[in-house]
Design a protein around this ligand. Structure first.
Ligand code: NAI
Ligand code: MG
Length: 359
């Protein structure tokens, strides 16, 4: 087969992003070579240092420059001395929205050698499909009468039929594909239609309408509060969960914590239509408490790289990379957050070694 070549925009960003991104790129280059793939990595120095010198997180034409790439590989942004609203709304959210990355895919799985904080948990293998463009995270609203006793804050949620339909359809297709691959193929929709009386019944109706077209997928709808409790008590019962922007954000941190460390959790911000680049980033942030020490867990970033390979149409390469980091973890290459003593570089070296020794 001809060599596949991709232009990847790299935003390592802040804190441990500067450590885990290079570690993951080393591993991706090895797996790429073995699958006749070439990555052209374009390093962009955007983030908080850029903000300090330019007053913005990325250049004015930043989004246009990103648009020329096949994918975006991001570490994390955020530092203690700049308000998170600047870092989030100055970089991450504009990328997700401009490129219609309406699916935030967050796989959550038990990993070898990584123990759950919950006693007696059966192996977990869940994919959370979070709506990534609308919902509760909207700019609509405002503050009135600031600084007085009459101060008011209003924050509107935006739910559109188009937005709900496309994320529900993606989740249903994923559940059907997983069913074909031997998983339960069950789809759970997170709702709160008993308390949030306009948007959530609408969510339920639109999701139900989409799922009617997927008779092979077992579906149910659970109230977010009960679902949160149930995820702690019976996480192995879940397969694919589809949720609004806010509910999906919270559930994926919860589910990630159940399986071990946030340091292992990956995510993909997908534009499933392929008209725009998708973005791949770990779930964790810049971890200022451990930045600069060389001890950050690179697994979340490496696994995000596997999601990128998958999305670019190289599922075999993705599978090899996942198998390699699972073997590395099983063999004891574990950072401190998951009970080991390995450095970031040692974990990356172990993953590379597994990639180089397997056929
Ligand atoms: P965080 O995920 O950076 O850290 C939470 C805790 O988990 C810390 O104790 C940290 O040491 C640990 N941790 C996280 N990733 C780890 C890894 N790979 N290896 C080992 N330990 C790890 O979340 P926090 O502290 O709430 O946020 C710090 C900054 O990151 C903030 O400015 C926040 O806004 C930003 N942030 C950025 C995100 C992004 O870029 N997508 C996502 C989440 C937070
Ligand atoms: Mg979050």
């Amino acid at each position: 087969a001809a060599t596949a070549r991709y232009r990847i925009a790299v935003i390592a960003g802040d804190g441990i992003g500067q450590e885990v991104v290079p570690a993951a790129i080393e591993c991706l280059d090895v797996v790429a070579e073995r699958h006749d793939i070439v990555f052209d990595w374009h390093q962009l120095d955007w983030g908080s240092d850029y903000y300090r010198s330019h007053g913005r997180m990325m250049p004015v034409d930043g989004l246009d420059r990103l648009a020329e790439h096949d994918a975006i590989f991001l570490g994390a942004v955020g530092v203690p001395d700049i308000p998170d609203v600047e870092t989030l709304w100055g970089l991450l959210i504009p990328i997700r929205r401009r490129f219609e990355q309406y699916v935030n895919l967050r796989p959550v799985r038990s990993l070898p050698g990584v123990s759950s904080p919950l006693a007696g948990t059966e192996p977990v293998d869940i994919v959370i499909v979070r709506e990534n463009n609308e919902g509760e995270y909207s700019e609509v609203g405002g503050r009135l009468y600031r600084g007085t006793e009459d101060e008011v804050a209003i924050q509107e949620s935006i739910f559109t039929k188009r937005g709900i339909t496309r994320v529900a359809r993606y989740a249903a297709r994923l559940a059907a594909d997983r069913r074909a691959a031997g998983h339960a193929g069950r789809l759970t929709s997170a709702t709160k239609s008993n308390g949030i009386v306009h948007t959530m019944p609408f969510w339920d109706e639109v999701v139900r309408g989409v799922l009617a077209g997927f008779p092979d997928v077992t579906t149910d709808s659970e109230l977010i509060d009960a679902l949160a409790a149930s995820l702690v008590l019976r996480p192995h019962r879940y397969d694919v969960i589809v949720a609004s922007n806010l509910f999906g954000d919270i559930l994926s941190d919860l589910a990630g914590a159940i399986t071990g460390s946030i340091g292992c959790a990956p995510s993909a911000n997908l534009n499933p239509d392929g008209r725009h680049p998708s973005m791949f980033e770990p779930v964790h942030g810049s971890a200022p408490d451990i930045a600069g020490q060389g001890i950050a867990n690179p697994i979340g970033q490496i696994w995000s790289g596997a999601l990128m390979l998958d999305a670019l149409g190289h599922p075999d390469a993705a599978t090899d990379l996942v198998a390699a980091f699972e073997a590395a973890l099983a063999g004891g290459a574990r950072t401190r957050d998951i009970g080991g003593s390995a450095s970031t570089a040692e974990v990356a070296a172990a993953v590379r070694a597994h990639l180089e020794t397997t056929a």
